[in-house]
Design a binder for this molecule. Structure first.
Ligand SMILES: Cc1cc2nc3c(=O)[nH]c(=O)nc-3n(C[C@H](O)[C@H](O)[C@H](O)COP(=O)(O)OP(=O)(O)OC[C@H]3O[C@@H](n4cnc5c(N)ncnc54)[C@H](O)[C@@H]3O)c2cc1C
Length: 418
């Protein structure tokens, strides 16, 4: 067994997506001795690599709105819509769906919105703190994010706009000519839209993640490329991380494996109902100059972000677990939708499937494990894990350093599922 316990502040962080990398960097800045463990090289094919790159501090209104269930059948039947099921996985999803339905009351939705807003509001300042030491010039754009819609079938729009207004989120409602002025190349299919001016976008999420990772290494961080199998505890309650080939003992450990975190928490006997919402992207190389900022066509539930790789077309919420192969139908849906808005697009590249980690109340788990005070969790950030990387890193590092966060963290505790 490798003993890292000679230093009383050794921390093992499992998972080098945006969560694990930000947590590790925040911890090392506080003087901890940190080992980051991942089965892959950081940013290889994780959700943190392939997401839409939105930094979305406005996005506090969750999917679990009271009228969502009425919309599900038509969403599933639509050939252009975002929702899909892998039927072989439906029986395994039933417990999650039942918990999700319980969370679709107005009261629960407002609870989620309030506590998503609490951390989303701090998300960009937390990144700015990390970016002081990391050169992200040319990689982060501050041009807002534009949503637009046609008048057909969009009941939720008004409710969302009102909740955001109450939360004090900056939003500019747009008339069709204003959308055209902002993004003249989009086919004018829309009847209205909204611009979130404070939002930013990544020109290349992987490059940003690697810059943060390099900053972690430069400050003395260790990286260990191994698959973690389980965690146990010694007689002093210190975590022992078991990988495919070794055991590592730390003073404290963090699980931040995105949608794969449940595989480890299950070995601890803690039943956290984490599932995955599978999402896809394709690239259209050389077309990124068609738009200035990310756009989202709400009726069809997909988005396009201008990136270094070209236009990244991103979307789909597919319930199908971690093992099912990618769906060609979902890729075709994205390509067709992109061509609908930009008929000039040519061949697409890089068909990618990624796993959003999602809990049934659409709040993440951030905080200590119910099993052991030396084990911490940071996963389940669903559609917003990229935005919430730096703030989760800040919160977890403060909890480990036993510093005050001045936040109400109880809504993110895994105990809520007990
Ligand atoms: C299509 C799509 C679009 C998205 N768009 C956005 C967006 O625009 N804005 C936004 O804020 N969020 C977005 N998201 C969500 C966001 O990408 C995720 O919430 C976030 O990346 C999750 O980060 P993570 O670090 O928790 O997990 P991941 O990025 O999935 O990283 C987990 C890491 O853990 C490692 N790992 C897993 N199991 C083990 C193990 N047993 N041992 C060792 N290592 C292990 C994996 O190799 C991986 O590197 C999107 C997601 C998808 C799929």
């Amino acid at each position: 067994m490798h003993e890292d316990s000679e230093s009383k502040s050794s921390i093992g962080v499992i998972g080098a997506g945006i969560q694990g990398v930000c947590i590790s960097l925040c911890l090392i800045k506080k003087g901890f001795k940190v080992t980051l463990i991942d089965r892959e090289d950081p940013g290889k094919a994780s959700a943190s690599y392939g997401n839409a790159g939105h930094f979305s501090p406005y996005s506090s209104v969750p999917i679990n709105r009271p009228d969502i269930l009425v919309d599900v059948p038509s969403m599933l039947l639509s050939s252009t819509g975002p929702l899909a099921l892998r039927w072989n996985y439906v029986p395994k999803m039933i417990p999650w769906f039942l918990k999700f339905i319980k969370n679709c009351s107005k009261k629960k939705m407002l609870h989620t919105a309030k506590y998503m807003h609490q951390i989303l509001d701090l998300a960009l300042p937390a990144y700015d703190e990390l970016f002081k030491d990391v050169d992200v010039s040319g990689l982060v754009e501050s041009k807002g994010i534009l949503y637009f819609w046609t008048d057909k079938d969009l009941k939720s729009r008004e409710l969302e706009i009102n909740i955001r207004k109450e939360l004090g989120v900056e939003q500019q409602l747009l008339k069709p000519h204003e959308i055209h002025d902002l993004e003249p190349n989009i086919k004018p299919v829309y009847h209205g839209g909204v611009l979130y001016p404070s939002a930013r976008h990544a020109r290349n999420p992987k490059k940003i993640l690697l810059k943060l990772f390099d900053a972690f290494l430069a400050q003395g961080g260790n990286f260990n490329k191994q698959e973690v199998k389980s965690i146990s505890f010694d007689e002093n309650n210190k975590p022992i991380i078991k990988t495919e080939s070794n055991f590592y003992k730390f003073n404290k450990a963090v699980i931040s494996c995105g949608a794969f975190s449940k595989k480890i928490t299950d070995t601890l006997g803690e039943k956290i109902p984490l599932e995955t919402e599978r999402g896809y992207h394709v690239h259209f190389k050389g077309f990124d100059n068609l738009i200035t900022r990310p756009i989202i066509f709400l009726n069809r539930g997909f988005g396009i972000t201008p990136m270094e790789q070209g236009l990244r077309v991103v979307g789909t919420v597919e319930f199908g677990g971690l093992q099912n192969p990618p769906s060609k139908k979902r890729i075709k849906n994205l390509v067709d939708n992109a061509n609908y808005l930009f008929p000039q697009l040519k061949e697409h590249y890089d068909e990618w499937l990624g796993f959003r980690p999602t809990l049934p109340d659409f709040l993440p788990v951030i905080g200590p494990s119910k099993k052991n005070k030396n084990l911490f969790y940071s996963f389940g950030h669903h559609h917003l894990g990229w935005t919430l990387g730096a703030i989760s890193g800040k919160i977890i590092s403060k909890l480990i350093a036993e510093e005050k966060t001045n936040l109400d963290l109880s809504p993110y505790n895994s105990l809520r599922f007990s």
